[in-house]
Design a protein around this ligand. Structure first.
Ligand code: 3NM
Length: 220
């Protein structure tokens, strides 16, 4: 079972989904999140991963601070790959990859919170849905500089294929998405875009989010 959240509500949260950790940010992460929220980010995922990632208390402290900002903006806060942290913070949801704990087990632990699962094939997508995913993250659609262990680039064709195969759950495209690629991703079947670098490395974060979101909405 998925959560009680209606798919159309989930779809709206996926429109301009910012994924980030401190290692992705050129500026202070709290400032990046504040600007992204001001620009209309529809959901935020805390993904504190990689070589320079925070650990222990500083990691939890940062998560709490970003979550607090999201709460004040009324935007869901999702924790990547850490059910314990999500439960400790009372986060709105969890996002997991294929190498993490099974989706069924995460669903059992998080109750009605939102569950996102990364899926690279139709088989993985079907399995995630059966195990209770509320949405799928599908990628990498384009080459990415933000994930060292990313799968081979799939192109937007994977989105088309999933929709053609009868997968109707909310899907967010991820991997190398920039403002010039939004239309292709949405037309291929995604409900929204998940981005790291297009926002965290933008010179003007608020304006970048506004532009990406506008392009998503115009392409739907
Ligand atoms: N997951 P950027 S690609 C976190 O394919 C992540 O599942 C991916 O960052 C997947 O927008 C990716 O900078 C990195 O390319 C996305």
């Amino acid at each position: 079972m998925s959560s009680s959240m209606l798919p159309d509500v989930v779809r709206r949260h996926l429109q301009m989904y910012l994924v980030l950790g401190s290692a992705n940010c050129l500026a202070e992460p709290g400032w990046v999140v504040q600007e992204a929220l001001a620009g209309g980010a529809t959901m935020i995922q805390f993904r504190e991963k990689g070589r320079d990632a925070l650990t222990g208390a500083p990691r939890i402290e940062l998560a709490r601070r970003l979550q607090d900002q999201c709460r004040r903006a009324g935007v869901p806060f999702i924790v990547n790959d850490d059910v314990e942290l999500a439960l400790e913070l009372d986060a709105d949801g969890v996002h997991i990859g294929q190498d993490d704990e099974s989706a069924a087990s995460v669903r059992a632990r998080i109750g009605n919170r939102m569950l996102g699962v990364s899926a690279h094939t139709i088989e993985e997508a079907r399995c995630a849905i059966l195990q209770g995913a509320d949405y799928l993250g599908v990628g990498p659609i384009y080459p990415t500089i933000s994930k060292d262990d990313a799968h081979a680039v799939q192109g937007s064709a994977i989105l088309h294929e999933m929709r053609k195969a009868g997968i109707h759950v909310p899907i967010v495209g991820i991997g190398g998405i920039t403002k010039d690629r939004v239309e292709e991703v949405i037309h291929a079947g995604a409900d929204g875009i998940a981005v790291i670098s297009a926002v965290t490395r933008a010179e003007r974060i608020r304006a970048a989010v506004e532009e990406l979101k506008k392009k998503v909405i115009l392409s739907i």
